[in-house]
Design a protein around this ligand. Structure first.
Ligand code: ADP
Ligand code: ZN
Length: 302
């Protein structure tokens, strides 16, 4: 039997990465499409997938991991839509509809971070776990993952990047960049926040800059909140800011301090190095997760 082909789309605010693949490491085609207007961008996505299908064979299913907020409720009239995003032109945009119309195949759909978490669960740092969190610290901050081996959906979907944290104005007078909350986690600790606070892009700050202890403190507060609310078996920190590799040990140490021996699992107390980790799939969690969404949609016949 010839191998099934899947389309996978990682939809971001800057770019859409699209691949056609029969499985992990079996990529046949790839495109990077700028995020401009929905018509233009989705038109190019459909064109790329259509071209790949005509060259290599029909797609069995498509998976989409996207920026949001999005509507994940399959019984809703706006299922598959980006809903209320502040990104110009993109609120109330149907992502799933145009793909279904063009290809007539099952379409798996989830948040970018849930997709990345699924990718990590299938092939990366969350293999074998049933409850874990994937956080990305990039232009913004987002979080997703699984609870009891189900993708985290709930009422809408988690918005971990917007959790509120204590901020001491004497230590950090910066009021944050979140347009909705100011000093939420994303407002204080995203790459955008770092650049605004220190007037310099995050990657240009030296390793001994005071920015990093503050960053580790905020990310540790987030980790502690997640430990105490969701009881994850592991927390994965991805995204561009985590390329500063010295951050991870700082976050581990500070998280242990903040927990103060209250949550006594050996997974945390004795094995913090395998509890707070970076993605097993490196930069590929998102696109591999979209591929896993496609494979699951095919299985489920969605
Ligand atoms: P996005 O969030 O847009 O999908 P990334 O996860 O790559 O993309 O995050 C981009 C953010 O990460 C930017 O704010 C950028 O300043 C920051 N960043 C990228 N590379 C580094 C680096 N080496 N060190 C610190 N921050 C970085
Ligand atoms: Zn916010």
């Amino acid at each position: 039997m010839s191998q099934r082909l899947f389309g996978a789309i990682e939809a971001g605010g800057t770019k859409f990465i699209c691949i056609v693949a029969s499985g992990p490491g079996q990529e046949i085609a790839r495109a990077r499409i700028d995020t401009t207007t929905p018509d233009e961008t989705l038109g190019q996505v459909v064109e790329f997938l259509g071209q790949a299908a005509s060259e290599h064979g029909d797609l069995a299913a498509i998976g989409v991991g996207t920026f949001g907020p999005i509507d994940l409720r399959r019984d809703s009239s706006t299922f598959g839509y980006i809903t209320s995003t502040p990104k110009p032109d993109w609120s109330n945009t149907d992502l799933v509809g145009p793909l279904r119309n063009a290809f007539g195949v099952p379409v798996g759909f989830d948040t970018d971070v849930n997709a990345a978490g699924l990718g990590e669960h299938r092939w990366g740092a969350a293999c074998g776990l049933d409850t874990f969190v994937y956080l990305t610290i990039g232009t913004g901050i987002g979080g997703g993952g699984m609870m009891a081996e189900r993708m985290m959906h709930g009422l809408v979907h988690p918005e971990m990047g917007h959790m509120r944290l204590p901020r001491d104005p004497d230590v950090d007078p910066f009021e944050g960049v979140c347009p909705f909350h100011g000093d939420c986690l994303e407002g204080l600790a995203s790459g955008t926040a770092i650049a605004a606070r220190w007037q310099k892009p995050a990657h240009e700050l030296s390793a001994d800059h005071q920015a990093w202890q503050l960053e580790a403190d905020y990310l540790s507060l987030a980790a502690v909140n997640l430990v105490c609310t969701l009881s994850p078996q592991r927390i994965i920190f991805g995204g561009g800011v985590m390329q500063q590799t010295f951050l991870l040990p700082m976050i581990r140490e500070r998280t242990l301090k903040l927990l103060n021996d209250y949550v006594r699992s050996p997974a945390i107390v004795e094995h913090i190095d395998s509890y707070i980790v970076t993605p097993g799939l490196g930069d590929n969690s998102g696109i591999m997760g979209a591929l896993a969404l496609a494979m699951d949609a095919h299985e489920a016949g969605l």
